[in-house]
Design a protein around this ligand. Structure first.
Ligand SMILES: *Cc1c(COP(=O)(O)O)cnc(C)c1O
Length: 362
């Protein structure tokens, strides 16, 4: 599967207590990387699965019972010139900090976050647990390229009464991934479910936000669509985002529009990066309200953005029995330009003029 967890052996774990964070690196059961690579799939999966278990953490806690937790998604990518580099981890560090504060948890220091991400990737890579760069990826602009997915998250202390978490853990696990949306269509449908409400947690990368997203995405898949798109909870009129990604509309007028941020939209780092790249390309970019009618009638290209997805073209958008097909169902020019530019910077085939990549000393 393209996006299954197959945890690498070294995991970072920090715990809050006595007013400070204490971190450690845990080495879960493993064989040599080449021995694991040579194992049968079932046996290898079982070993990787075993690394997802911890005997010394509480089962009943505010995260497992009440969904009180937040997380991040970051990628480390094999570089054309060798080694590995992580895409904008400082931005994930500050969003994680804000998410934890938003959940009234003691926030995890940003510099520690970046250090721990780098060190976790580095320790695994030093034992051979890393993808290697392949020149053949360049042929399809890295659509089928491998990378390391870094998943930092919080886990609350044990407890059963509804409560905030004042002594959480922060864990960082890593897993190899290939491309996120593998094959199939890229049709999207607007869902009537509501992901986030004003004064809620939509702006936080909160675990609980994903309950509605998972239900809506499942319903979309059952109906034959790859992705669902949410409208705002007040007017049921304005586009917000996808199930786990932000959304862009390249309009017939030449404007690249994306919904403006507020407390119901997750401030994506890919979204922010695309806005910067669009400015460099001298594309008129705006962050504003976009009604579903405007999106369906005025769009020439549409794509969603996120760490896992990169910039993924959306070929059609359906709602209330109508279907708007964009660019005759083909990947548009601006969409591919943006997608290829991000991938090029990430894999080191284009210069990193913005200093986005943090190199992992391996
Ligand atoms: C993580 C996430 C995104 C994308 O954020 P990136 O930083 O670009 O990965 C968009 N929407 C939601 C709801 C998310 O959870």
């Amino acid at each position: 599967m393209a996006f299954a967890l197959s945890s690498y052996p070294v995991v970072y774990r920090a715990k809050y207590g006595d007013g400070k964070w204490s971190g450690e690196y845990i080495e879960k059961p493993h064989k040599k990387a080449d021995e694991e690579a040579a194992m049968g799939e079932a046996e290898r999966d079982a070993l990787a699965d075993s690394r997802n278990f911890y005997a010394d953490m509480p089962l009943v806690n505010y995260t497992t019972q009440y969904g009180l937790g937040c997380f991040e998604g970051i990628k480390a990518l094999p570089q054309k010139n060798g080694g590995l580099a992580i895409f904008r981890p400082d931005r994930n560090a500050s969003r994680f900090y804000r998410s934890m504060k938003g959940l009234y948890m003691p926030p995890f220091p940003e510099d520690e976050f970046v250090k721990a991400c780098v060190e976790t990737v580095k320790r695994n890579a030093a034992m051979g647990f890393k993808p290697s760069y392949k020149a053949e990826w360049e042929k399809d602009s890295f659509q089928s390229a491998d990378s390391i997915y870094i998943r930092p998250f919080t886990l609350a202390e044990g407890g059963i009464g509804v409560n905030i978490s004042s002594a959480p853990w922060v864990m960082i696990v890593t897993s190899p991934v290939s491309s996120y949306f593998s094959g199939g269509n890229s049709d999207a449908i607007i869902t009537d479910r509501l992901r986030a409400t004003p004064k809620g947690t939509g702006w936080i990368k909160a675990a609980s936000n994903y309950v509605i997203a998972a239900l809506a995405k499942h319903e979309a898949a059952e109906a034959g669509f790859m992705e669902c798109v949410f409208l705002d909870a007040i007017n049921h009129k304005y586009i917000e985002e996808g199930s786990s990604c932000n959304i862009f509309f390249y309009l017939k007028s030449g404007e690249l529009a994306t919904p403006e941020l507020g407390d119901t939209i997750l401030p994506g780092i890919t979204r922010a990066s695309i806005i910067e790249l669009a400015k460099d390309l001298k594309v008129k970019i705006s962050e504003r309200k976009i009604s579903w009618e405007e999106a369906m009638t005025e769009t020439k290209e549409c794509f969603v953005s996120g760490t896992a997805a990169g910039a993924t073209p959306i070929e059609s958008l359906s709602y209330q029995g109508k279907k708007a097909v964009f660019n005759s169902g083909k990947v548009g020019e601006l969409t591919s330009k943006i997608r290829d530019t991000i991938k090029g910077i990430q894999y080191g085939t284009l210069p990193d003029t913005k200093g986005w990549m943090v190199h992992v000393p391996v």
